[in-house]
Write a protein that binds this ligand. Structure first.
Ligand code: GTP
Length: 219
């Protein structure tokens, strides 16, 4: 899907931890094969909309301010094209990312394997544990065509210490939860870096250690 909320600036990598009255700004990249629903998850989250949309060309860019109660943060969401022909360009976009939502389609085993490759690419750019990674099995509304079980997704996520959820952009199931869980985890890590008291019990389940095993495994 094309950008409709402002284009990304070249080299404009945001840095977290803005001025006290400013929300934190985090760069979040959407990764995964073509047609797994990356743009649809972003569109559902940012605009609460769903369409049969055209494939992403290059990268699209969204922003969203997330209100977490006492604190808010801003996501700069970089939606990368999953088609192979864009692969060589798009890996540049996840440099400097604070978080990645790694998407596969539960009805396509190949997209699950491809997600594992994307993770390797990501780890090449930044050491494991530095980026908050949420693995998402999308299209749960197509359960009768499922090729990847919930358990397979969960086990892979646990083995790589990722957060994990299944979702449906179409039915708006677990979409807000995907992004808000990432937001809480980013905030928790940022506060720990700043030596501030942790709000580990606030809101959704958070993992206990910096890159600890995903506790948040939800359909
Ligand atoms: N049934 C169902 N279809 C979905 C869901 N999410 C996305 N789709 C459909 O899957 C197709 C691909 O969705 P996109 O959001 O364009 O996928 P993408 O990963 O951004 O694709 P690329 O831009 O090619 O990388 C579209 O026809 C969507 O309408 C979902 O949760 N359920």
């Amino acid at each position: 899907m094309e950008a409709d909320q402002g284009m990304a600036q070249a080299g404009g990598v945001p840095s977290p931890g803005a001025a006290p009255d400013q929300p934190y700004v985090f760069k979040l990249v959407l990764l995964g094969s073509g047609s797994v629903g990356k743009s649809s998850l972003a569109l559902r989250y940012v605009k609460n909309d769903f369409k049969s949309i055209l494939p992403t060309v290059g990268c699209a860019f969204f922003t969203k301010v997330v209100d977490l109660g006492a604190v808010s943060l801003k996501f700069e969401i970089w939606d990368t094209a999953g088609q192979e022909k864009y692969h060589s360009i798009c890996h540049l976009y996840f440099r400097g990312a604070n978080a990645a939502v790694l998407v596969y389609d539960i009805t396509r085993k190949d997209s699950f394997f491809k997600a594992q490759q994307w993770l390797k690419d990501l780890e090449r750019e930044s050491p494991p544990g530095e980026v908050v990674v949420m693995l998402v099995g999308n299209k749960t509304d197509l359960g009768e065509q499922r090729e990847v079980t919930f358990q397979e997704g969960k086990e892979f996520a646990e083995s790589k210490r990722l957060l994990f959820m299944e979702a449906s952009a179409k039915l708006n199931q677990q979409v807000n939860e995907v992004f808000s869980t990432v937001a809480w985890e980013l905030l928790r890590r940022e506060e720990r870096k700043e030596g501030r008291p942790q709000r580990g019990d606030a809101g959704l389940a958070l993992s206990g250690a910096p890159a600890g095993p995903a506790r948040c495994c939800a359909r």
